[in-house]
Ligand binder design. Structure first.
Ligand SMILES: NC(=O)c1ccc[n+]([C@@H]2O[C@H](COP(=O)([O-])OP(=O)(O)OC[C@H]3O[C@@H](n4cnc5c(N)ncnc54)[C@H](OP(=O)(O)O)[C@@H]3O)[C@@H](O)[C@H]2O)c1
Length: 297
């Protein structure tokens, strides 16, 4: 199937693929198009399942304008009620990541407190909304007052703590007076250490991402493992593709919410493929506000 890529998703995992160390996926090959999720339109098809004009998403359409894909690599989407690019954001891999981390790992109960870092990013945006729908308290962590305001006023987080504030630790304590029952960790580093210290007995920690450590700037470590024992914590790292059987249910739920205007998100759009590298670097530094996309047309 020949696909014209219309939208490219920029995601933090791409940074990991640029390393040679052993990971859950192979490193990015040299002299090959950079890996990247895309949303686009079928131009021509030798498959009975796709026809010209169909809108599709692809886990690896790559940083390129056109791609020939095997049908199994494509998912047809209906963009009549939600914009096409949402299928690489809240209605795609990042949205499912949020769904899996909350529903399969943290499993919040009504009244519990769940903290999520990078709260206004592609994943964190959805985490807060699912946590709230379960009757739990959602506390976000984000970089700067504007992002924190958005997290509370638009995404429904009960509170959001600015990790750039000088008294971040004090603010986090004030925002979690009864401690933390669930931690959706997207950042790692110092933020993780401080939030970890707030965990309640039998707390659940979903290690989704450690973006602060991807370029080696900050180490993410536990100063004392004893806390896992004494507070009987459960900590699990996860990769969303390990949960493929959950994807249809997760996407169904998220698409349903989005179609009725109940799921909120924000996008940051870089124009043209030539803007992808700088937008990607910006995202790793927190310059993105919402889902970082590249509009390829
Ligand atoms: N496990 C999986 O299957 C899976 C799938 C998708 C994503 N992820 C992970 O989930 C995390 C979020 O991904 P995303 O796509 O939603 O990205 P994102 O949140 O849209 O963008 C990254 C955000 O991370 C924050 N950040 C970056 N460096 C930071 C630092 N040193 N300290 C504090 N915050 C920092 C920034 O937000 P602030 O300005 O608010 O700090 C930045 O906007 C990433 O770690 C990613 O690798 C994991």
């Amino acid at each position: 199937v020949l696909v014209r890529n219309l939208w490219l998703s920029l995601d933090p995992y791409m940074r990991g693929r640029m390393d040679e160390s052993k990971s859950y996926a192979a490193s990015q090959a040299l002299d090959a198009p950079m890996i990247g999720g895309t949303a686009g339109e079928v131009v021509a098809s030798n498959s009975p399942d796709f026809k010209a004009g169909d809108k599709v998403v692809c886990g690896n359409g790559g940083w390129q304008l056109y791609a020939i894909q095997k049908p199994a690599m494509l998912r047809k989407v209906d963009d009549s009620r939600v914009p096409l690019q949402a299928f690489v954001g809240p209605l795609g891999m990042p949205g499912v990541t949020a769904w899996v981390g909350v529903n399969r790992i943290i499993q919040p109960k009504a009244g519990e407190t769940v903290v999520c870092s990078a709260a206004t990013g592609a994943v964190g945006t959805v985490v807060g909304q699912i946590v709230k729908a379960k009757g739990a308290r959602a506390v976000g962590i984000a970089g700067g007052p504007e992002k924190c305001k958005f997290a509370v006023e638009e995404l429904g987080y009960d509170l959001c703590v600015d990790h750039k504030a000088a008294d971040f630790a004090k603010q986090l304590t004030a925002a979690t007076p009864s401690g933390v029952d669930g931690l959706f960790e997207n950042v790692g580093g110092q933020l993780f250490a401080l939030t970890m210290a707030r965990m309640n007995d039998f707390g659940r920690i979903a290690i989704c991402g450690l973006i602060a450590s991807y370029d080696g700037a900050q180490k993410t470590s536990l100063s004392d493992m004893r806390v896992i024992l004494t507070r009987r914590l459960m900590m699990r790292g996860f990769i969303v593709t390990d949960f493929l059987p959950d994807w249809p249910a997760a996407l169904g739920e998220l698409i349903g919410l989005a179609s009725t205007g109940k799921l909120k998100w924000r996008e940051m759009i870089a124009q043209g493929i030539e803007s992808a590298p700088s937008a990607f670097l910006g995202m790793l530094k927190g310059k993105n506000f919402g889902k970082q996309l590249v509009k390829l047309t």
